[in-house]
Design a protein. Structure first.
Length: 133
């Protein structure tokens, strides 16, 4: 999967959208009502760190190297009641906000790269959650 398309979409979003973090959480909470309740004890700084970690995962050249950490975080978050669909909703919200910020420069290659990366991350999360049961 060409990560260059992921990187380019994020560069465009940063150039055009500025700080997209608030828009991501707004989109996420709109998509996933239960997530707002779970995150009520987090502050803007913790939410920023969470998205920083998520962006590292999305931008990784070799996502497989990130899976050990992802499994750890998935198991950790499950103790707080985080469910697998919440990750999918968050990743989709990120992609949608990035896409909207890119505007007319969003390409089919970017869409395909995002879809593939989201699918890989969600598959690993589901595998981690299944392993804990």
């Amino acid at each position: 999967m060409p990560v260059a398309d992921l990187h380019r979409s994020l560069e465009l979003a940063a150039e055009r959208g500025g700080d997209i973090y608030p828009a991501i959480y707004d989109a996420y909470f709109a998509r996933c009502a239960g997530s707002r309740d779970l995150m009520q004890l987090t502050d803007v700084y913790m939410r920023g760190r969470m998205l920083d970690s998520l962006f590292e995962l999305v931008m990784a050249d070799d996502i497989g190297e990130q899976f050990t950490y992802l499994r750890y975080e998935t198991k950790n978050h499950s103790t707080w009641g985080v469910q697998s669909h919440m990750y999918d909703n968050l990743l989709t919200a990120v992609r949608d906000v990035v896409r909207d910020a890119c505007g007319g420069d969003w390409t089919p290659a970017m869409a395909a790269a995002w879809d593939a990366r989201i699918a890989a991350i969600v598959a690993e999360i589901r595998a981690a959650l299944t392993a804990t049961v």
